[in-house]
Design a protein around this ligand. Structure first.
Ligand code: SF4
Length: 366
């Protein structure tokens, strides 16, 4: 079993972000812990646990989990360990913004059992960070890495965003090199997209920024693949790179369709063919939990064709690809000739050129 916790609180909304967040100057950590533990109690005895002997990973995502009181992280982990067997090798990840990382907090996270931190770096260019409405400086990224290592957090991942408007004059290569200089075990690279109801969407609607430039997006995606491969990183999923043996186990579980439960507003859960998701807004979620009600906003049970399609789509995202026999040869032969896929042994996997077209290729399969 894999456990995800959505921590919705952020200091402000980043210009590109459409996640379910609650902007708060003061984070209601105690209320959050109370609500999460009530939902956790509702999950005990649930059918999703059948066949799941141990918790293999816990992931605090957001939002900005690093804005919670460090004691809140510890209280939640303690309750999970009290109610369930947690694998001794469990991966426990916390997403953090660099400006939240202090020696005290890092030490408290490590003491609580956090052994992996995913840092939202996004860029090392001050103008780009300002444009993104990030709350941290470029210098704080390197400082945070140092503090986390000092506290004994060995597994570090950096998030970067590529494909920002050319008008910002961002030097992508330089950002990659500055990230590499910090020697993270893992990197997640996300392409900028214009999502509805974000400041970026409003700027785009007013013509103040050009919509995402596809050529720039593709060139930067491929440049990252080549620079990071040259530095010894494995491009193991469309958005993720890791040193050998340092892949993110929590996210890898999603791609393998392992069972996971999601706690908190907007969190999704999945086991077998079942899917369910929670109320999106923190206020509604918190009210439901305080009233002892269910936070579930929707459920779905996938039919066989949908399960197969999900397996194919998730497989195509990864370096392992899918069994070659799962797709008709007449569909995949053109992919291979175009350099979008390679067949090796009994597997078919997409190349980085193929990953750039992932949605279009998956639509053909559908
Ligand atoms: S810190 Fe993360 S979750 Fe919060 S607004 Fe920025 S991108 Fe969104």
């Amino acid at each position: 079993m894999h456990v995800y916790l959505h921590v919705p609180f952020c200091a402000r909304r980043c210009s590109y972000c459409d996640f379910a967040i609650a902007v708060r100057r003061e984070v209601p950590s105690a209320t959050y812990v109370g609500a999460i533990l009530r939902e956790w109690a509702q999950w005990q005895g649930h059918e999703s646990w059948s066949g799941s002997e141990a918790v293999e990973s816990v992931y605090f995502g957001g939002g900005t989990p690093s804005r919670l009181d460090a004691g809140a992280v510890g209280a939640i982990l303690e309750r999970i360990a009290a109610d369930r067997t947690v694998s001794p090798a469990a991966e426990v990840t916390l997403e953090a913004n660099p400006d939240d990382v202090s020696p005290d907090r890092a030490a408290a996270w490590a003491r609580a059992g956090v052994n992996r931190v995913s840092l939202g770096a996004q860029s090392f260019d001050p103008a780009v960070l300002g444009w993104m409405h990030r709350t941290h400086s470029a210098e704080q990224i390197g400082a945070a890495v140092g503090v986390l290592r000092e506290a004994g957090v060995r597994e570090l991942s950096l998030d970067l965003i590529f494909g920002v408007p050319g008008s910002l004059g961002r030097d992508w290569r330089s950002d990659l090199e500055r990230a590499l200089a910090l020697d993270p075990a893992h990197l997640s690279l996300y392409g900028l997209t214009v999502e509805d109801h974000t400041p970026l969407a409003r700027w785009a609607a007013r013509g103040e920024v050009a919509p995402v430039d596809e050529e720039r997006y593709a060139a930067e995606f491929l440049e990252a693949d080549s620079v990071l491969a040259g530095a010894g990183y494995e491009h193991y999923e469309v958005s993720n790179y890791a040193r050998l043996g340092r892949r993110a186990r929590h996210n890898s579980a999603y791609w393998r369709r392992a069972p996971y439960i999601g706690l908190g507003p907007s969190a999704h859960s999945g086991w077998g063919r079942h899917r369910r998701w929670n109320l999106r807004e923190w206020a509604a979620y918190e009210r439901a939990m305080a009233a002892g009600q269910s936070p579930v906003a929707g459920t779905e049970s996938l039919e066989d064709p949908a399960v197969e399609l999900e397996e194919l789509y998730l497989g195509l995202r990864t370096r392992e690809g899918v069994p070659a026999g799962r797709l008709p040869g007449e569909t995949t032969a053109p992919w291979v000739s175009a350099g979008w896929a390679v067949a090796s042994g009994d597997r078919l996997r997409l190349t980085p050129e193929g990953w750039l077209r992932l949605d279009a290729l998956a639509a053909v399969v559908d």
